[in-house]
Design a binder for this molecule. Structure first.
Ligand SMILES: [Fe+2]
Length: 229
């Protein structure tokens, strides 16, 4: 049985067939790129973080030259799939969390995400509620994800776009002294590199996220009175 397809899928099919007909790319190019895209995962990002935790010189390169640092974990941003990118060159910035500074990433406009390093974005990253609420009430949204950031820690939200992508380098947790790169990479999950979770020994998967009804914090200013009548 074939499920009903959405309007967007119909649109994608139509544009793809037209592009192939016009010679912009071939059906084989599309197949190879789709297979490459489907094979992405957060593994390269996890490896990058683990290496940075262990090697100060590599860590310095992660900030000063993230594209070349990505190459060292097998990701070439300039030519990720072997035949060009979907949106030309993208500027990558790795954001360093510290005990007094916490970063979280979003794309308020749509769903831009560092896919070569983190694979496909989770469904909530693309949801309008996450995109509009994380920039207004970051601490509350992080708490809804189970991450309570102490008041003395600054929270910064970085907004991605088509040309600028971000990844969070979390703080190496206590209890990981003497760990190997493989052991460290295992606890650096996707959510830790988005900034909605923190790595800790024993936590190796992100798990399902609880669904919360969107709420408006008291004292936030909120919407005008007329809109609530
Ligand atoms: Fe976007």
């Amino acid at each position: 049985m074939v499920d009903e397809i959405s309007d967007f899928e119909v649109l994608e099919l139509a544009v793809r067939e037209l592009a192939i007909e016009k010679g912009l790319f071939t059906a084989e190019d599309h197949r190879v790129f789709s297979e490459w895209n489907d094979a992405r995962s957060p593994a390269a990002g996890s490896r990058m973080v683990a290496k940075a935790w262990l090697d100060p010189e590599y860590k310095a390169r992660v900030f000063s030259d993230p594209l070349n640092a990505s190459k060292e974990v097998g990701v070439d941003w300039a030519e990720p799939s072997g035949f060009g990118t979907t949106s030309d060159y993208m500027h990558l910035t790795v954001l360093e969390n510290t005990p007094t500074l916490h970063h979280v990433i979003v794309c308020t406009l749509c769903s831009c995400y560092p896919r070569p390093l983190l694979g496909h974005s989770p469904y909530w990253y693309r949801a309008p509620n996450y995109r509009r609420r994380i920039v207004r009430w970051p601490r509350q949204v992080l708490a809804e994800f189970g991450l309570v950031i102490p008041a003395e820690v600054e929270v910064r939200v970085e907004d991605s776009n088509a040309k600028s992508r971000f990844m969070v380098l979390p703080v190496r947790p206590e209890g990981t002294e003497g760990w190997s790169e493989d052991q460290l990479a295992e606890i650096v999950t996707r959510d830790c590199m988005i900034g909605i979770a923190q790595p800790k020994p024993g936590r190796t998967t992100d798990g399902p996220r609880p669904i919360h009804k969107a709420s408006r914090p008291v004292h936030s200013g909120g919407r005008p009175k007329e809109a609530t009548r």
